[in-house]
Write a protein that binds this ligand. Sequence first.
Ligand code: HEC
Length: 116
Amino acid sequence: MKTKFLKVALILAFGGFLYAQPQLDQESGLIIAPGFEEVKTNCTACHSAKFITLQKGDRETWLAMIRWMQKTQGLWEFDEPLEATILDYLSTNYPAGEASRRPNLKHTLLPPNPYE
Ligand code: HEC
């Protein structure tokens, strides 16, 4: 009896854990959330979605990247509602925050610097 209860509790806990993880699109690796379809359609035509999933930024940063691509890389213009949807998606799912890079190695772990 007791073990049965434990098993059920474990299954529920594990299910809850899985449920809390963001669901990823198998093809692009993008988080499936509101705006996902729009972003997949408009943002993976020229480059892999990895460009997006490896980036972080607040709304302003994402907008600046979009403007840069529009000015220099041939990205098309979006109408306002579409641009808002895309920016909501990006800034919600890939927000600014902790750097995605690992911290620098400690000085003592590095080989001697020959230029020092
Ligand atoms: C018309 C082609 C095109 C489309 C569509 C496009 N991009 Fe880009 N994007 C580029 C090019 C070209 C680069 C630069 C690649 C390089 O640096 O080699 C780039 C670079 C990027 C980078 C990397 C910037 C950096 O600092 O390294 C991100 C992030 C990005 N794009 C996001 C997006 C998002 C979000 C969308 C949709 C709103 C999008 N792209 C749609 C052409 C495009």
